[in-house]
Design a protein around this ligand. Structure first.
Ligand code: NAD
Ligand code: TYD
Length: 340
């Protein structure tokens, strides 16, 4: 039996990973530790909540009394838990420091005492490199985060590395590009724009819409993590990129085309402050150990649009009934859209 601790497993990528891992590894027993913030939802774990090889624990990674024994008992830790939305970090950075930096410190301290721990996967992000004017970021490049989210992730990324260099905690750091797929909270651009288009609402496109992101299907991300648990080297960093560089305006048009909705729903709005123009990853290091993305972007996007069309039961309660979402939406977009 392999005991796996997944933090943040009720979020978007974490829940996809828990399902993937239980399906793929019959000898894995997974404990999901999640605080269930606004972004964490038990519904995301549908299909595995009753699985005898899965246990859900509600709690905060920064709560040492709760989190440390779970880490100490684990063979593998996959640490997804974080505050993750750049726009929210610009509005209020406090929770990003508490969870992404201090919470990671609590887990790493416990990992020093974990007798059987074989791997601690620190889920970092391509955003730690900051804006990439040209070329592609390599793992050895300087980190130049430019917003509170990416700065807090960069702090956690290097803190995790330091626990390998100093205490030999078997840390592997991963830096993935923008993920898309099912169960992504409808504040991020792809699910926000799909669901707004379905509802006939404006799609608030920041600035000139020419910022570029590299899109990675969440399933391909899970496959990469699975490989790195086996074959990653402790103390090393691995980029995980989808190889799909798309300008936001083109992405928005593709979503509208897939839904058969008109382009006049696109609403250019004032830009995000400090908006990184482009991210792009060099993935040579990961591909050299046998991974490549399998999901074609056109297919993956069409599949994702279909999922949100079919799963209004999943997102409508968030967007239409949760007062916290409405409050966030008004704060973030009210002035931009002239609706507040
Ligand atoms: P998400 O916001 O959907 O999920 C985050 C999860 O963490 C939620 O379930 C939330 O309840 C939980 N959480 C937050 N604070 C917690 C705390 N203090 N204690 C316990 N649980 C807590 O995020 P996601 O998109 O699934 O991202 C997962 C990880 O992947 C994050 O570390 C993020 O930085 C990283 N990442 C995301 C992307 C992306 O495109 N989404 C790309 C690269 C890296
Ligand atoms: P987002 O999904 O927030 O991911 P990240 O900031 O982590 O890359 O945004 C992806 C891109 O879409 C980014 O360039 C900002 C842009 N965007 C908009 O134009 N409008 C929006 O309402 C949102 C949420 C994002």
């Amino acid at each position: 039996m392999v005991k796996v601790l997944v933090t943040g497993g009720a979020g978007f990528i974490g829940s996809n990973f828990v399902r993937y891992a239980l399906d793929r590894h019959r000898d894995w027993h997974v404990t999901t530790l999640d605080k269930l913030t606004y972004a964490g939802r038990l519904e995301n774990l549908e299909g595995v909540l009753d699985d005898p090889r899965h246990r859900f624990v509600r709690g905060d990674i920064a709560d040492r009394d709760l989190a440390a024994p779970l880490v100490v008992d684990a063979d593998l830790v996959v640490h997804f838990a974080a505050e993750t939305h750049v726009d929210r970090s610009i509005l209020n950075a406090g929770d990003f420091i508490t969870t992404d930096v201090f919470g990671t410190f609590v887990l790493l301290e416990a990992a020093r005492q974990a007798p059987r721990l074989k791997r601690f996967i620190q889920i970092s992000t391509d955003e730690v490199y900051g804006n990439v004017a040209d070329g592609a970021s390599r793992e050895t490049d300087e980190l130049r985060p430019r917003n509170p989210y990416s700065a807090s992730k960069a702090g956690a990324d290097r803190l995790a590395y330091s626990y390998w260099a100093t205490y030999q905690v078997p840390v592997v750091v991963t830096r993935a590009s923008n993920n898309y797929g099912p169960y992504q909270f409808p504040e991020k651009v792809i699910p926000l724009f799909i669901t707004n288009a379905i509802e006939g609402l404006s799609l608030p496109l920041y600035g000139d819409g020419l910022n570029v992101r590299d899109w990675l299907h969440v399933r391909d991300h899970c496959r990469a993590l699975d490989l790195l648990i086996e074959r990653g080297q402790s103390g090393e960093v691995y980029n995980i990129g989808g190889g799909n560089e798309v300008r936001n305006l083109d992405l928005t048009r593709r979503i509208l085309r897939l839904l058969g909705r008109p382009e006049h729903l696109i609403r250019p709005v004032p830009d995000r402050p400090g908006h990184d123009r482009r991210y792009c990853l060099d993935t040579t290091k990961l591909t050299s150990i046998g991974w490549r993305p399998e999901t074609d972007f056109a297919d993956g996007l069409a599949e994702t649009v279909k999922w949100y069309e079919a799963r209004t039961d999943w997102w409508r309660p968030i967007k239409q009934q949760d007062p916290a979402f409405r409050e966030y939406y008004d704060l973030q977009y009210g002035r931009r859209l002239g609706t507040s």
